[in-house]
Design a binder for this molecule. Structure first.
Ligand code: BMA
Length: 382
């Protein structure tokens, strides 16, 4: 290639994957977006590489608040107990689509943005979920899902009565995602995980509330709209149903398709080595490993946790043996536990200052398989 072309950042499309030339370095782009930013492509490729030997550890809302503190710069329950920030940070958008200044868990979006940029500059990874309020009823994700069939999905896909409202919600999400920039204008890559736990029926996009086809249409529309209408090219998409599938065929039922997913995930709580839940999680990671390998994708344990850490040594005697069970489980890119919320009983998932399981959590971090932010062996964005 001629030298003068290098700074122009050329894109060449080959059979299914893209080669990106950035500062004269050839980089394979295997994400679903041929226009993915260099940092996003690097993140994907580096996670592919790092996940051969390691699993990144993640925590929801980690630097925002914990048990006994909130919004204090530099704080983190992971840092206070295990000695480092987590390598992956989970964030949540619910409420943004209604124009709220804070999300449904009271996290101000302006603070979230700052914390996301700061963690990116330290080398951490951002993943974002979205408990969207129904574009039809305006009620939260869980409303009208128990003894009734919630028809939101069919109303918001193209041609539906509330499609325009859904687009307005997505416009707000796109605007926020597009604001995640460093001072020099670099967009922070985000693992976006919309419409999660869809094979349960506790959210309006759950299994009971929409057909397989309508769910897939909604997921596909969401990706296309953000990518094409909003030209967002710093997203990796994660599909993460609930931990209730037992085979590839099960997983594929509502899977939106290889063109729409970068990371195959699943959510499963309360896993233990001592009962069937652990075996189930191992089996699921195996299913994802095979599917991901065949498709050249990443796979992740997108949410897990032991509510209120009631199980002794949960990190080293349950989570670790499960994710360390075999070659396939060890190939997951990251495992993320949920938030430390003191306003709910038993709603914390990593130990906090003074908690009895700190030693166990430190031992977990010390295992060579596990990476917190300070343990990352390479810059994931270079
Ligand atoms: C759930 C709980 C809720 C929260 C929601 C979105 O698992 O933590 O309290 O509102 O996630 O973060």
């Amino acid at each position: 290639m001629k030298k003068y072309l290098c700074p122009l950042f050329l894109l060449l499309i080959t059979l299914g994957s893209t080669i990106v030339f950035h500062s004269c370095t050839k980089v394979e782009n295997s994400t679903i977006d041929p226009l993915a930013t260099p940092e996003t492509v690097k993140l994907f490729n580096n996670l592919m590489e790092v996940s051969k030997d390691h699993i990144l550890f993640g925590h929801q809302d980690d630097p925002a608040y914990g048990i006994g503190w909130a919004y204090e710069p530099g704080m983190s329950d992971c840092k206070l107990t295990a000695g480092s920030y987590p390598a992956v940070y989970g964030w949540e958008l619910g409420g943004l689509e209604l124009g709220h200044k804070k999300n449904l868990d009271d996290v101000p979006f302006d603070t979230m943005r700052d914390l996301i940029v700061e963690s990116y500059l330290r080398g951490g990874v951002t993943t974002i979920s979205w408990h969207e309020y129904s574009p039809v009823s305006g009620k939260d994700s869980w409303a009208d899902t128990k003894d009734t069939v919630n028809k939101t999905v069919e109303a918001i896909i193209p041609g539906g009565t509330h499609h325009e409202v859904y687009k307005e919600h997505l416009d707000k999400v796109a605007h926020f995602l597009n604001s995640l920039k460093t001072e020099d204008g670099t967009l922070v890559p985000v693992i976006f995980r919309p419409l999660h736990e869809n094979t349960g029926s506790w959210f309006w996009w759950g299994e009971k509330h929409c057909s397989e086809l309508d769910y897939k249409t909604l997921f596909q529309f969401t990706v296309q709209y953000l990518k094409e209408k909003h030209q967002l090219h710093h997203l990796l998409y994660c599909y993460s149903p609930s931990g209730d599938f037992n085979s590839e065929a099960d997983y594929l039922k509502r899977y939106p398709g290889d063109e729409y997913v970068d990371i195959l995930g699943f959510d499963q709580y309360r896993i233990k080595t001592s009962d069937k839940s652990g075996e189930g999680a191992i089996l699921r990671m195996g299913v994802l490993a095979d599917m991901a390998t065949e498709r050249n994708k990443l796979y992740a344990f997108s949410e897990t946790g032991d509510y209120g850490l009631k199980t002794d040594n949960w990190f080293t005697e349950h989570l670790l043996p499960i994710i360390n069970a075999d070659e396939k489980t060890r190939g997951i890119a990251y495992v993320l536990v949920w938030r430390n919320e003191e306003r709910q009983v038993d709603h914390f998932f990593v130990p906090y200052k003074g908690h009895e399981q700190i030693e166990d959590f430190k031992k977990f971090r010390d295992h060579k398989l596990i990476l917190f932010e300070d343990d990352l062996p390479i810059d994931l964005y270079k």
